[in-house]
Design a protein around this ligand. Structure first.
Ligand code: KIV
Length: 277
C-alpha cells in the first residue's frame, strides 16, 4: 500500500488542505510525479486519447488499463494510484464490474474511478466498497457518455441542473464513494456541492473551490496538443523539447557526429590491429 490512502485524502479535506492530482500512464512519469509530491495519480482512460491516439476514451479496454496501471504503480512509492474503469467494463453486470475492479487492484491500483450515478452505478459502487475496493465517483461531464451528451459540454449550467448534480453527488457518497471528480461544471456549482458533501471533491474545469484539482499530465506538460481545453494551465512545453532534441539528434546522425568515440565500444589494440590485414 502507498503512503497516501483514502483516509489521507479525507483528512486533507477535513483540514482544508488542497489535494493535488495528475494523470500518468507510464513508469517514469509516475516516478517523477511521485517524487514531486503529488497526492494521487490517476491512470485515466484519457490514455486512449493522449497515448493511444483515439479521439475519445471509449476504445480503451480492461487489458489496456491493466498494463498502464501496472506501469504507474511500479513507478510510485508515496502517491495513491487510482485506475479508471474503462467504458463497458462496469455497465452490463454488477458481478462483472466488481471482478474488473478487482483486476485493476491486482494490477497495482489502490482504488478505481467510474462515471455516473444511475441506480446501476450506485449498486456497483456499493458492491465494490463491500468487496474492499475503494471507489472514486465522476460526475458532471462524463467522457464515456460523450456520444449521449453530444460533445465536450459544460454540465450543471442552471440552478436546477446544479441541484440534480448535488443529488447525484449525495447518492454516490451514500453508496460509499470516498471522493468524487467533478468535471466541467460552473465554479459556483462545484463550490456548493463541495460545501454540502462530507467526501472530497476533485475538480477538473470546476473552479477553485473543490477539495482538490486534477488535470491530464500530457496537457499540463505540453505533450498532447490536439485539444486545448479552457481549464488547462500549461506548465511546460514537452512538444518543443522533444522536437528540438529529435532535430539535434537527426542533425548529428546525418553529419556523422553521432556516436562519438566515448559513445562507442572498442576492440583492444592488438585485436583491432588484426582487422587491418
Ligand atoms: O481519464 C481522465 O484523465 C479523467 C480526468 C478526470 C482527468 O478521468
Amino acid at each position: 500500500m502507498k503512503n497516501v490512502t483514502v483516509q489521507t485524502l479525507q483528512n486533507m479535506k477535513n483540514n482544508g488542505e488542497k489535494i493535488s492530482s495528475l494523470t500518468a500512464y507510464d513508469y517514469s512519469t509516475a516516478k517523477y510525479l511521485d517524487e514531486a509530491g503529488i497526492d494521487f495519480i490517476l491512470v485515466g482512460d484519457s490514455v486512449g486519447m493522449v497515448i493511444l491516439g483515439y479521439d475519445n476514451t471509449c476504445n480503451v479496454t480492461m487489458e489496456d488499463m491493466k498494463v498502464f496501471t501496472g506501469a504507474v504503480a511500479r513507478g510510485t512509492e508515496r502517491a495513491m494510484v487510482i485506475a479508471d474503469m474503462p467504458f463497458m467494463s462496469y455497465h452490463a453486470d454488477i458481478a462483472e464490474a466488481v471482478k474488473n475492479a478487482g483486476e485493476l487492484i491486482r494490477a497495482g491500483a489502490g482504488a478505481v474511478k467510474l462515471e455516473g450515478a444511475t441506480d446501476h452505478i450506485l449498486a456497483v459502487i456499493k458492491r465494490c466498497v463491500e468487496s474492499g475496493i475503494p471507489v472514486m465517483a465522476h460526475l458532471g461531464f462524463t467522457p464515456q457518455s460523450l456520444n449521449t451528451i453530444g460533445g465536450f459540454k459544460v454540465q450543471g449550467k442552471t440552478y436546477d441542473a446544479t441541484m440534480r448534480l448535488m443529488e447525484q453527488a449525495k447518492k454516490v457518497q451514500e453508496a460509499g464513494a470516498f471522493a468524487v471528480t467533478l468535471e466541467m461544471i460552473p465554479a459556483e456549482s462545484a463550490k456548493y456541492i463541495t460545501e454540502h458533501l462530507d467526501i472530497p471533491t476533485i475538480g477538473i474545469g470546476a473552479g477553485k473551490d473543490c477539495s482538490g484539482q486534477i488535470l491530464v499530465s500530457d496537457d499540463v506538460f505540453g505533450k498532447y496538443c490536439d485539444l486545448s481545453p479552457k481549464f488547462v494551465r500549461r506548465y511546460g512545453d514537452m512538444s518543443l523539447l522533444i522536437k528540438n532534441a529529435a532535430a539535434g539528434y537527426i542533425n548529428d546522425v546525418k553529419h556523422g557526429n553521432f556516436p562519438n568515440a566515448d559513445e562507442s565500444f572498442n576492440l583492444k589494440e592488438e585485436e583491432a590491429g588484426k582487422l587491418c590485414c
